[in-house]
Design a protein around this ligand. Structure first.
Ligand SMILES: NC(=O)c1ccc[n+]([C@@H]2O[C@H](COP(=O)([O-])OP(=O)(O)OC[C@H]3O[C@@H](n4cnc5c(N)ncnc54)[C@H](OP(=O)(O)O)[C@@H]3O)[C@@H](O)[C@H]2O)c1
Length: 336
């Protein structure tokens, strides 16, 4: 079978197309013919060696993939041949809190991922895709969508009438926009591009701010939230945006710490957190239980993930470079 492997952490050029024998499912395992995969910012970090230090190469990258069940190992009962499935980001995080054991394996990093024609996964690490979604759409869910759901719904318990600040228009933020609007919340979203902000408005964003035109965007967020501040922040920016998010959030509000798009390692002033009685929560994707709860709602409301561009398998490098360019809005997909 054809497979992409990262030969090292030397960047996108270290991604090579190769051949491996088709894997065979053992007891409890499932053989999946992959139809589509999607990229996350984390996959760039894996390629560049900035996603933890313990990765071993060669490595099949990507956590996100969807496909069809084509063969079953002995004793498999959760899925059947022909089912359309996606893998879960942490194959051992089925429900409950994240633990060291459950985070030991994550697809496309500590274990091989989805950028291959066939993949074998344990039946417990799979979810059935919502019927109304294409394979490409299904492949966008495991990382970005589950993360946004975990932040706003599972932990954030978001309610109608609350306000949400979203940073940029990448994969996590656009899913967060869709989930926030579904729950009747008000969305304020930032972007470096007026054109992307127009697209966000069409998806229901109530207020938009260009963070290049308004570097002090936190002040505008404060004004746009009745000089109270927002209830929720989905913090994907990291070092450069967190101090601003701490100003933009209301007293008693919640910040979900998710990403490091602007970098990491700078000092955080703890004072606003205690003065404002904030809940600051780290979010690391989510469990199968969260993924399945999200899928039910996606099916019930016929929600469609927002895909910016689909690349053929042969153009995986271009897909990575496109994600790196930050030209996208929502998700970037590779079709097999
Ligand atoms: N903790 C977790 O479980 C988890 C899960 C998923 C992702 N993440 C992290 O969350 C972050 C977002 O991931 P993603 O896959 O959604 O990324 P992505 O799709 O690559 O998002 C890229 C977009 O983010 C925006 N952006 C970049 N720098 C920004 C800044 N300084 N301020 C505001 N917006 C900025 C830009 O939007 P505009 O072009 O509109 O300006 C850019 O196009 C990454 O750091 C990723 O590692 C964490």
């Amino acid at each position: 079978m054809k497979v992409y492997e990262l030969q090292s952490n030397a960047g996108i050029e270290a991604l090579k197309l190769g051949e491996r024998p088709e894997p065979k499912p053992r007891a409890g395992e499932v053989l999946i013919r992959i139809k589509a995969t999607s990229l996350n910012y984390r996959d760039l970090m894996v390629a560049q060696g900035t996603y933890g230090s313990k990765l071993q190469y060669p490595l099949i990258p990507l956590s996100d993939g969807a496909g069809e069940v084509v063969a079953l190992g002995e004793g498999v009962t959760r899925v059947k041949q022909g089912d359309r499935v996606a893998g879960i980001f942490f194959p051992e995080w089925i429900y409950g809190q994240l633990t060291r054991q459950k985070m030991k394996s994550d697809l496309g990093a500590t274990i091989d991922g989805m950028l291959a024609e066939y993949v074998v996964l344990h039946q417990d690490g799979l979810v059935i895709l919502p019927e109304h979604l294409s394979d490409e759409e299904g492949a966008t869910l495991p990382c970005a969508a589950v993360t946004a759901w975990h932040a706003l719904v599972t932990k954030g318990n978001i309610k109608a009438g609350e306000s949400v600040l979203l940073l940029g228009t990448g994969g996590v933020s656009i899913f967060a926009l869709q989930f926030a609007k579904l729950h009747g919340a008000k969305v304020i979203i930032t972007s470096s591009s007026d054109e992307k902000l127009e697209r966000a408005k069409k998806l229901g964003a109530d207020e938009t701010i260009n963070y290049k035109t308004y570097p002090d965007w936190e002040k505008k967020v404060y004004e746009l939230s009745d000089r109270i501040g927002v209830d929720h922040v989905v913090e994907v920016g990291g070092a450069a945006t967190l101090p601003k998010s701490l100003q933009a959030v209301r007293i008693g509000g919640r910040i979900s710490l998710i990403g490091v798009l602007s970098g990491r390692g700078e000092k955080v002033d703890p004072l606003p957190i205690l003065f404002k009685s904030l809940t600051v929560q780290g979010i690391y994707v989510g469990s199968r239980e969260m993924f399945e709860a999200m899928n039910q709602v996606i099916s019930q409301h016929q929600i469609k993930p927002v895909i910016d561009k689909v690349f053929p398998f042969a153009e995986a490098h271009q897909a990575y470079r496109y994600l790196e360019s930050k030209a996208h809005f929502g998700k970037v997909v590779i079709r097999l």
